[in-house]
Design a protein around this ligand. Structure first.
Ligand code: MG
Length: 307
């Protein structure tokens, strides 16, 4: 398979982690509901492609997200020890109970940087979301689990518009203080641009947050996802959320197109000589296979060119 010429740039990390969100964030936002066997095969193909962190599903109430209603069944069908990280999203205490019962070793919680999204997504206020997270994170940590936190609307909100950097940093730091070991800054509607990414990440670093605690989650709505990822990379971020084939969007932000496509990110990182552990050919084959199951064409540039 064709690969980019490798030209390294000084100051960049040798290796980064791609946090694959296709099975959860991707499939959650696709209208087609797939059989559990297909999802399990998706996860195992991603493992075979070399992804080291794969968010498998969500223990949200099944009636809320019918696409992921088979979470327990799926967890049973995948090998949770196949890669270092195989987290599940947990929206509340009930979700945590289900996750613990299923034997997962890492959970992710989903916070909001804005008042309006907290209200719409969590039916909570910006402050009150912490009352919900606090016991969940404490119990998860007590059980020896690792906890990642998403901070959605970190770069803009469809109802509120611009979100002040200070607000994003303040809410994000509160999530870290709960005991979360990773904070994923989400450009949920894909409106961020590189200067803004630099400002938000700079805000966190300036407030004493270690860059190793930050991950970034970009959407390609306005074609900025890779530029934003490169900006974060240059600032020292080493964990990047991405979705095979660019699957998914956001049900609360109708304008949002898919996540940054994993294969597009891998192409860029490969050209920079940065290791990800991912085999591009195997990943592209997985994307094409999954697109076929969903009855659509792959959205990513790399899969379109290389298929
Ligand atoms: Mg997303």
């Amino acid at each position: 398979m064709r690969m980019p010429q490798v030209v390294r740039q000084p100051g960049l990390p040798q290796r980064v982690t791609i946090y694959e969100v296709g099975p959860r964030d991707g499939l959650q936002n696709e209208s087609t509901i797939l059989p559990v066997g297909v999802k399990a095969e998706f996860v195992s193909r991603l493992v075979d492609a070399g992804l080291q962190a794969i968010e498998v599903t969500s223990f949200v109430r099944p009636s809320w997200v019918p696409q992921l209603a088979d979470a327990e069944e799926l967890i049973k069908a995948v090998d949770l020890g196949a890669v270092p990280r195989m987290p599940v999203l947990v929206p509340n205490r009930r979700g945590l109970e289900r996750a613990l019962e299923a034997g997962v070793r890492e959970i992710a919680i989903f916070g909001s940087a804005t008042e309006t999204f907290a209200k719409r997504n969590l039916n909570s206020s910006l402050d009150d979301q912490f009352d919900m997270f606090e016991p969940v994170v404490a119990e998860a940590l007590g059980a020896g689990l690792r906890v990642r936190a998403y901070l959605s609307m970190s770069f803009g909100d469809p109802w509120e518009g611009d979100v002040p950097v200070e607000q994003v940093v303040s809410v994000g730091r509160r999530l870290l203080r709960l005991g979360c070991s990773e904070l994923s800054l989400g450009d949920t509607i894909g409106v961020g641009t590189p200067g803004q990414v630099a400002a938000v990440i700079g805000g966190f670093l300036g407030s004493g947050v270690d860059v190793g605690e930050l991950a970034v989650h970009f959407h390609d709505t306005f074609g900025q996802a890779l530029s934003n990822a490169l900006t974060a990379l240059r600032l020292g971020v080493t964990t990047f959320d991405a979705s095979a084939g660019g699957l998914g969007g956001c049900p609360y932000a109708e304008s949002a197109t898919g996540n940054l496509a994993t294969e597009d990110l891998v192409w860029q990182l490969s050209g920079l000589g940065i290791e990800t552990g991912v085999d591009l050919e195997s990943l592209v084959a997985t994307t094409i296979w999954m697109s076929d199951k969903l009855g659509k064409r792959p959205e990513s540039r790399v899969a379109t060119v290389l298929s």
